[in-house]
Ligand binder design. Structure first.
Ligand SMILES: Nc1ncnc2c1ncn2[C@@H]1O[C@H](COP(=O)(O)OP(=O)(O)O)[C@@H](O)[C@H]1O
Ligand SMILES: [Mg+2]
Length: 472
């Protein structure tokens, strides 16, 4: 898997990108606003300096000529403390006074220009003195309204601005990448932790792809998106596992059911082919084969029916059904076998109008199956009672017998496909175990219910409740 295709990588890159998008403009704004306020502060101090110098010179001019300013030492004690850098020019822009610092570094003077076109009341100029030292000089003019005209220049070192600004710049240059690195590591960690279960899901899904349905993910306590995904995934695997087992069981059952008649058919044919037979013998063999083929055809038809019912293909042909007529008709079909087994079969209808709406051929299949079971699993001389009662919206049809019954532990399974109680499997009762599945499917399609009560000592009762009207 390519590293950059990881969702983690993409998330962290996005995260860092957004962080840069916030941090870089924020730091720039911080730097620029500090620079602006420091500049304003310095200019304000320079302005105050200029005003003070002008006031002092004006005071001096009350008693003296401007030209005498340089020679007057008492002025030095007044002007020099205001700033290290003070210059005073007369109206022709001749330098009259320079502070101590200028006296020592006269070369600075060459750099300071008193602009010939100077018109503003004050102007600012930054001058580099040496490699690491710069000053800002402000020029101010005194004049007008009868006062003598002269210019003053006051300077202050720029390091007051440069030092905090450089400190901030260095801090930002170090802090910005450090923040990015630390937060991307933390971000990676959190993303890794949050997405770890997704990796586990992928691994589990891969294992399932290989056919291992025992894979389950460790449930996550948090009910967040990933927690829900894990739970859903585990549920899905359980269902897949169940269906997979059902399919395997079903395939095994179908193979088993079809193998027995095929073995019989093969055996019959082999025995018959061993020598020349009389036509009577061939006829008997063919009869056995036909019986087995009929059995197989029945199984295949039943399976097809169940499969079509599962897929929802089967359409019910809803008509009125008179239960009295239908049940009597079915009992008539069983007359021979009932007589043969000396069973007592009776129909007990407790309703004046035993009519429901449903698909007559399907409902008939249900009753035939239930009566067939009752006859098959009731010993000679037993009794079978079919009764119909009106429950208002439903009609209840019960098939009670005094047969061998079903053990309680088997009851939950008897509606499963191919399920037969072991005893009866071995007994020569025939049947594939699909009958009750079909009954249940048909009754459910009619929005009814089918239930069983049984006791090995007293017999079995199947209760079918069918709605008189099928409401969609
Ligand atoms: N009336 C009954 N009395 C006793 N056992 C029954 C009765 N009806 C059904 N069973 C048990 O339930 C199993 C499933 O019935 P069914 O699905 O109709 O299959 P089949 O009739 O083909 O055996 C039967 O094999 C039998 O063991
Ligand atoms: Mg049956």
């Amino acid at each position: 898997m390519n590293f950059y295709r990881n969702i983690r990588f993409k998330l962290v890159v996005w995260y860092m990108f957004i962080l840069c998008l916030i941090l870089i403009p924020f730091s720039t704004y911080l730097y620029l606003s500090l620079k602006k306020s420091l500049n304003e502060q310095l200019n304000y101090e320079l302005k105050l300096g200029c005003v003070e110098v002008i006031e002092d010179v004006n005071e001096f001019l009350k008693t003296n000529e401007l030209e005498k300013l340089s020679k007057d030492n008492s002025m030095e004690t007044l002007l020099d403390p205001i700033s290290d850098y003070v210059l005073v020019f007369d109206r022709e822009r001749n330098l009259i006074y320079k502070s101590d610092k200028f006296r020592k570094h006269s070369q600075i003077l060459k750099k300071i220009k008193l602009n010939k076109n100077y018109t503003e009341k004050s102007a600012v100029q930054d001058i580099k003195l040496s490699k690491n030292r710069s000053i800002r000089v402000m020029t101010a003019r005194n004049g007008g309204n009868g006062t003598p005209e002269f210019y003053v220049q006051v300077g202050l070192p720029l390091k007051d601005i440069e030092y905090p600004l450089n400190r901030l710049l260095i801090t930002l240059i170090i802090a910005l990448p450090a923040t990015l690195i630390v937060s991307s590591i933390l971000g990676w960690f959190f993303v890794y932790k949050s997405l770890k279960p997704i990796d586990d899901i992928t691994k589990a899904a891969m294992m399932i792809g290989v056919g291992d349905f025992n894979q389950r993910l460790r449930p996550i306590k948090n009910n967040d998106e990933v927690g829900r995904l894990v739970n859903t995934f585990n549920n899905m695997i359980s269902k897949l596992d169940e269906s997979f087992k059902q399919i395997c069981q079903f395939t095994a059952d179908v193979s088993h059911e079809l193998r027995t008649p095929l073995t019989i058919i093969k055996g019959e044919i082999e025995v018959t082919l061993k020598k020349v037979r009389t036509s009577e013998e061939y006829k008997r063999t063919l009869e056995v084969l036909l019986e087995e083929v009929d059995g197989m055809t029945k199984i295949v038809e039943d399976l097809l029916f169940l499969e079509r019912a599962d897929s929802g293909i089967i359409k019910l042909n809803i008509l009125e059904i008179n239960l009295d007529i239908l049940l009597k008709d079915i009992c008539e079909q069983f007359r021979n076998i009932v007589d043969k087994k000396k069973l007592k079969l009776s129909i007990d209808i407790n309703s004046g109008n035993a009519v429901i709406k449903g698909d007559a051929s399907q409902i008939k299949k249900v009753f035939v199956n239930l009566l067939d079971n009752a006859v098959k699993y009731t010993n000679e001389g037993g009794e079978i009672v079919i009764s119909v009662s009106d429950l208002g919206k439903y009609m209840k049809i019960t098939f009670s017998d005094t047969g061998i019954g079903i053990p309680p532990e088997e009851l939950p399974f008897i509606f499963e496909r191919f399920y037969r109680v072991d005893r009866s499997r071995t007994a020569d009762t025939g049947g594939s175990g699909l009958g009750l599945s079909i009954c249940e499917t048909i009754v459910k399609a009619h929005k009814g219910t089918i239930e069983v009560k049984s006791n090995p000592s007293s017999g079995t009762t199947f209760e079918v409740c069918l709605p008189k009207e099928i409401l969609n």
